[in-house]
Ligand binder design. Sequence first.
Ligand SMILES: [Ca+2]
Ligand SMILES: [Ca+2]
Length: 345
Amino acid sequence: MIPYSKFSLFLLAFLLNFSSCKNVESENTSEENSKVTSEKSEQSFHEQMMIEIEKIEVREDLASTEGMIMLEGGTYTMGGNSRQARQDEFPQHQETIKDLWVDKTEVTNAEFRKFIEATGYLTTAEREFELDGKTYAPGAMVFDPENPEAWWKFIEGANWKHPEGPKSTIKNKDDLPVVQISWYDAMAYAKWAGKRLPTEAEFEYLARGGRDKQVYHWGDDFSVAAEFVNFHQGDFPVSNSQDDSFENASPVKSFPANDFGLYDMAGNVWEWCLDTYYPNAYSKLESRTDGYFREYFNAEQHKVIRGGSFLCSESYCTGYRNSARMSSTPDSSLEHLGFRCVKDI
Ligand SMILES: [Ca+2]
Ligand SMILES: [Ca+2]
């Protein structure tokens, strides 16, 4: 197994510590600064992964739509519509989405295990990586609220089977969303399952559940949020009052579905989208191919993540807003990041 460069992952750790979703402008400036350093080796890993994903055979029951719901497409208003909306959520614009099948929940540990057992695929966090010419043991990023200087730590041995480090386990956690999943891992699973990741425009359509121009999937009233979404209540990150009953990720379907019958589109764990992230994406929609920003072979681009997580708070992230955008490097494996799939009709 060829080691990959994880420079971008360490950049991500810096970004999450610095901004925790708060300052998109800072993120993009830092991203630009890193390009020269990491372009060569990162691109190589990216190409290698895309080839590996392409070779994955689709499972035999290709027609299976178990755990999915077929939804009618429609036209909606994409973009920010509250005082908390950030610059990258504008301008508002109309998007038209086709009918499609959608996973009702985030992909769970049990579902992801079937993929690994069928293919022998090795997730990004289970691979060695290179940094400054040295090779390091596999691992992933784990959140540490006790350390304000470095909330995110690289922990050797952390991966989807050990989300919080080598001593942690997913035993008896089959119905929790799988995490420590890179964008490549999500793409690989989707290929095997005969599905794909949602585009960012699809994700917001699905997340809104038909609530055009409303801030949350239940309306505009934040005061009842703990009834509808797993996020962080209290003084982030030092005290979590757990008004929603969960300190960390919750089993899928622990909170009410949105009006489309989809669970945890807001909160619980962030979810990967197909798109490469651009802060000014909504001003250059004509650059999309098949409804999303592709540029697979420019791996320095972050990929879009959506929906927020159990670590999002009202003071520091608000990722559970319908229009909120965020991104991570495609090799990021994080304790609060998973995915779900869609399937074309
Ligand atoms: Ca919570
Ligand atoms: Ca989610």
